[in-house]
Ligand binder design. Sequence first.
Ligand SMILES: C[S@@+](CC[C@H](N)C(=O)[O-])C[C@H]1O[C@@H](n2cnc3c(N)ncnc32)[C@H](O)[C@@H]1O
Length: 257
Amino acid sequence: MSNRQDLPEAMAPPDEITSYYAAPSRRHGAARSLFNRFARHYDLINHIFSLGSGAWYRRTCLRQAGVGPGAVVVDMAVGTGLLARQAQLLMQGRGTLVGVDLSEAMLDRAQKILCIPLLQATAEAVPLADGIADFVTMGYALRHLSDIGQALNESLRLLRPGGKLVLLEISAPSHPVVKFVAAAFVGGVLPTVSALAARNRQAKALMDYHWRTIAAYAPPEAVLNSMRHAGFQNATCASELDFFRFYTGQKPLLDHR
Ligand SMILES: C[S@@+](CC[C@H](N)C(=O)[O-])C[C@H]1O[C@@H](n2cnc3c(N)ncnc32)[C@H](O)[C@@H]1O
């Protein structure tokens, strides 16, 4: 594991996650059990949360990053396969796509829609060889990781020189008024709508959890600093609605470290 003191202070897991996930040593187990419980509601809730634009947004970001036919892509925290599915469409049947996740229930669902190798492992320790990937991708999982620095180190290790890291994440709007509106909608209205749509009160708990971790999560500049700190070049963040963040970074062509 990386030395947590090496990480920019803002990238330590937020208190909100700490309280959800108990002691740091138990966070992987807690995240696994949380997503195992919610796997069957995930796609529906995601659809509601993104107002139906989730597939389009994921595909647009992947396309902008350069994912296309012939690419080798490792999708970390693949979940039910929502991001991987879009990569697969862009790859048009050519290339290699591998999914990694710690939750067996999420992987079970991914298996139903994707015909790709799926590995049950953490993003902090991926059982794949060095330098194999043109792209390492991760959709909406930064907030759930136990050790972000270690996951970034693993991403760098998996990438070939010049390969790209693509991260999608949500973080609270910087403008107080927009943040207030987002809190009311995402933290108030959506959990109730999700529970009604899924006909399950646990769906509300998942949405509550989402908003609390979003609200507490590090701002984009802290994520970018962590990427640079791990050794990524040309780290960038594009934002939609001051809410959806699309990060990219590149593994240097030459290893200067
Ligand atoms: C919000 S879902 C995102 C799924 C998918 N990437 C998407 O775009 O919809 C977060 C996923 O991260 C996984 N996860 C959480 N912590 C993880 C870790 N340390 N290593 C690997 N997967 C992790 C969860 O099991 C869950 O499937």
